[in-house]
Design a protein around this ligand. Structure first.
Ligand code: FAD
Length: 645
């Protein structure tokens, strides 16, 4: 991408960013060195379920058990009609539709419980339900739709009309600003004419309704629309197939001269990217929940298999290597669920801004779940790699770990890839500094520098020293009992994280936003501290309420935090001691093909760069994005040591 085009994409993403923060983002404050435990305490343990929800959950559980054969769905690569009909008659497509338009109107916390359940059973059904109501028509309509549009479509969604979210195009993946689908207003202004193509639209082959993002060719502004697939000019051109989620009803779609009435605009004209990104901001909560369900299933399998399978004279669970894996799986499952339930409860509270927490939950849980399925496969040995059908064919229990692995890999790519989630959170990590000191670091705002100096001096004169002088030692946080040491660590580490972000801004100036290695470490640090906070908060609450599982919960939280603290210390050390300079230099060389000789001896793909691009070769832009120049000097302001253990 040329630098100019990159700037255009960044500007567009920036203008679509929700820039206003309601009070109360735990992670945003953490980036500023403020550990605001009051925002997440007391930890919101799920209470008694309301009766309608309990009935629905039980019906769905029974339906999954009796009617949804995950192995068969995977093998056949299709959703059986009875599964779709059954979900419809249960009201599962109306779960998130507000109660005045539908039937269930689940809260975020209730929806998350359902997604855990479904995620523990079948990835294909999870994707079907989630694409429909986390990002499909119900979500953006609830957030941005006019009353008339809600009345027109939400009852249909609740009754079982399946919907989908169509943002991605061949040239617009992580960078939605590259959308080429056009929505041209008609001369009388009463409609838009849609032309273009969308890629990888989950539910696209089944959907009655689509949320489509398209650009006005005159103004370039992107708008969002509800489009009915029955309208003339809407066509599925290809059913996409994948490594996992074999039954996904995923489509490449084409729009040819489709007339969309103006009333079908979602939100304001020209604000479609904001509609899309805001929908994803909270919509992506389904994935962390589904991965909790998967983690629980992995844990159950490995616990039982570790006892059932004996080698070298003892159950494999008695071999230290496997026992350690079991301990890690249990403590990670506890942490993943703590993160997920906390963010779901925050989503139900109007006082919380959960953009960063939802992104952290999505990113952190999907990465942990992927590792956990890999561990489960390892613990199952050869049986982990064998298909359910083959296992059953020779008389063994049909457990599909290889399917779980195939199905879960995409979680780190869709609804915001790992890299994009890091960038999203990193933008917020430096946001306050950019707001205050933007004029100092941004070459484009050079003229404002002098005038901005007093404000900058006033802010940092107070803020910076206070990031050094907090108290993160005994007896503070003693009410956490055995876990108090971990909370003290989080407090010290959060101030250190804030200092590190500030030092980065001073060191890199406006270029900080391009230092992905540096920024991603800050984000990884914040995510670990967030996961630790959620985990200790939950264990503490269970202990306070004297729940029967409290003792184990404290032990799980303790083990998790010990391991997480080592990761935090490693990340802090890596801020100053790393191979970033060498990696950037070598990365550039590989990019330019100077290491291509290493590929000799393999068969080779027989493909040139141009052949890998969906664009015609004549239009292909071999990326010109400047890799930041290597840093020749050591980062001078960085603190080298991690916070005291
Ligand atoms: C099974 C499946 C279902 C999907 N469902 C839907 C759907 O329902 N609706 C929909 O609209 N889309 C859907 N998608 C699209 C999905 O959201 C995209 O795949 C995702 O946004 C990434 O885009 P991309 O694949 O084009 O990767 P690219 O954007 O081409 O990225 C390639 C790699 O580069 C990285 N990268 C990109 N930009 C940067 C950057 N600035 N800095 C660092 N790294 C970067 C990415 O993280 C990735 O690792 C689906 C995709 C799949 C495979």
């Amino acid at each position: 991408m040329s630098t100019r085009e990159e700037q255009r994409s960044l500007k567009m993403a920036e203008s679509a960013r929700e820039a206003d923060w309601r009070e109360g983002s735990f992670l945003r404050d953490l980036f500023l060195g403020r550990l605001r435990l009051e925002l997440i305490e007391p930890y919101p343990l799920p209470g008694e379920p309301r009766p309608e929800f309990a009935v629905f959950r039980e019906k769905l559980r029974r339906f999954l058990e009796e009617e949804v054969d995950a192995a068969q769905i995977d093998r056949r690569g299709e959703y059986p009609a009875r599964v779709i009909l059954g979900l419809r008659s249960l009201g599962a497509f109306g779960m998130k539709v507000p109660v005045e338009y539908g039937v269930l109107g689940l809260s975020a916390a209730e929806y998350i419980e359902i997604m855990k359940l479904v995620g523990s059973w079948d990835g294909n059904v999870t994707a079907l339900l989630s694409a429909h109501q986390s990002i499909g028509v119900p979500r953006p309509l609830t957030l941005f739709g006019s009353e008339a549009l809600k009345r027109k479509y939400l009852p249909r969604c609740a009754a079982g009309s399946i919907s989908a979210f169509a943002l991605t195009e061949t040239e617009a993946g992580s960078d939605p600003a590259r959308i080429a689908t056009t929505a041209t207003p008609t001369p009388d202004g009463r409609a838009f004419i849609l032309n273009g193509a969308k890629l990888w639209c989950t539910n696209g082959t089944l959907a009655d309704l689509l949320v489509v993002m398209a650009r006005d060719p005159r103004t370039e502004a992107i708008s969002a629309f509800v489009v009915e697939t029955g309208w003339e000019g809407v066509a599925v051109t290809h059913r996409c197939r994948f490594m996992g989620l074999k039954a996904l009803a995923n489509a490449a779609l084409r729009f040819h001269e489709v007339r969309v009435p103006r009333e079908n605009l979602i939100g304001e004209e020209g604000k479609g990217l904001k509609v899309a990104l805001t929908t994803l901001n909270t919509g992506r909560l389904a994935l962390p929940a589904a991965t909790v369900g998967l983690a629980k299933t992995c844990l159950e399998l490995c616990r039982k298999w570790a006892r059932a399978r004996s080698q070298w004279g003892v159950p494999i669970g008695r071999h230290e290597a496997i026992a350690h894996k079991l301990a890690e799986m249990a403590s990670t499952t506890f942490a993943m669920e703590s993160v997920c339930d906390l963010v779901a409860a925050m989503a139900d509270s109007p006082d919380h801004d959960i953009r960063l927490e939802a992104a952290a939950a999505k990113e952190w849980n999907t990465v942990r779940a992927w590792r956990m399925v890999d561990d489960a496969l390892q613990i199952r040995g050869g049986r982990g790699f064998e298909t359910e059908e083959s296992l059953a064919g020779r008389g063994e229990a049909a457990v599909g770990v290889e399917r779980w692995l195939r199905d879960s890999r995409i979680n780190r790519i869709f609804e915001g890839s790992s890299e994009i989630m890091h960038l999203f959170m990193a933008r917020e990590a430096v946001d306050r500094h950019l707001q205050v000191a933007g004029a100092l670091v941004d070459p484009e705002r050079r003229s404002e520098r002098l005038a901005a100096l007093p404000k900058i001096a006033a802010f940092y004169g107070r803020w910076y020293p206070s990031r050094w002088v907090g108290w993160g030692h005994w007896p503070r946080f003693s009410s956490y009992g055995a876990l108090a040491g971990h909370v003290r660590f989080i407090e010290r580490a959060s101030r250190k994280l804030a200092r590190a972000s500030f030092h980065g801004m001073v060191r890199f100036g406006a270029g900080a936003q391009r230092r992905q290695a540096f920024l991603f470490r800050l984000v990884d640090l914040a995510m670990e501290l967030f996961a630790m906070s959620a985990t200790v908060g939950r264990a503490r609450r269970l202990a306070e309420l004297r729940r029967p599982e409290a003792e184990q919960a404290v032990a799980l939280a303790d083990l998790f935090c010990r391991s997480s603290r080592r990761e935090v210390s490693r990340l802090f050390r890596a801020l100053a001691h790393n191979d970033d300079v060498l990696q950037s230099r070598l990365g550039r060389e590989v990019f330019e093909g100077r290491e291509a000789w290493l590929e000799q001896g393999a068969m080779g793909l027989g493909l040139e760069v141009g052949e890998l691009s969906p664009l015609p070769v004549s239009e292909l832009m071999v990326a010109q994005a400047p890799i930041p120049p290597p840093l020749e000097t050591r980062f001078p302001l960085h603190e080298v040591s991690p916070p005291a253990e």
